[in-house]
Design a binder for this molecule. Sequence first.
Ligand SMILES: [Zn+2]
Ligand SMILES: [Zn+2]
Length: 265
Amino acid sequence: MFIDSHCHLDKLDLSGYDHNFADMLQAATERRVSKMLCVSISLQAFEAMYQSILPWSQVYASVGVHPLHTDEGEVDKNQLIELCQRERIVAVGETGLDYYYQQDTVELQQANFITHLEVAGESGLPVIVHTRDAREDTLRLIRQHGSANSGGVLHCFTESWEMAKAAMDENYLISFSGIITFRNAAELREVVQQVPLESMLIETDSPYLAPVPFRGKSNEPKYVVEVAKCIAELKGIAVEEVAEVTSRNFHRLFSRVENDDRLSA
Ligand SMILES: [Zn+2]
Ligand SMILES: [Zn+2]
């Protein structure tokens, strides 16, 4: 079974499914994608997203504000803590720092990142971190404000081996997306070869970043299998092993997710 550790189901293009959410989930099930984590990017959009996933037992959610959603201002810490108590909320995020798209909001991004890290520590939940062009500050804030107990994940990883290594030292996992299948991602594929499978997650970040050979199409959870295939090829192992170990890693990090694999074992 494969697990899509990071997707935005409320943003998917469902026109290929006659706008039927259940059919999209069924397509994922048919490709043995057994679970998915729907990641929050905005508190304003949270409630609608949360209500839409609740009927589906294989879908879990996080709560948080994306670093580029600076128009929402400062995140309300108490509101975040409260939302973390809800059923099927298994992580805080996505949060983090993105200096590539916004350099003029660095202060607000950092303040909100710290709030998320503190909430995660207090709630005992792992953090989903988005980082771009902000290596030093991301690692510094994780070290200063993160909780090694609950840990976290650097999602949609596109950074160097050094950054991966430093994050793993802080009890973080490294999540790879369809970007590793892109033709121009040779350097990133070298990082995939270096990161131990035991520290990896797989994700689609759908609807963005559809993997080869579906590049340019709207992405969705069923394509996470392509990410696993690419990792298997790069490591010279069976795709089954990638599926099994990344699923185990997922359950270790997001410990609130019901582990039926364990029940059936
Ligand atoms: Zn992101
Ligand atoms: Zn995302």
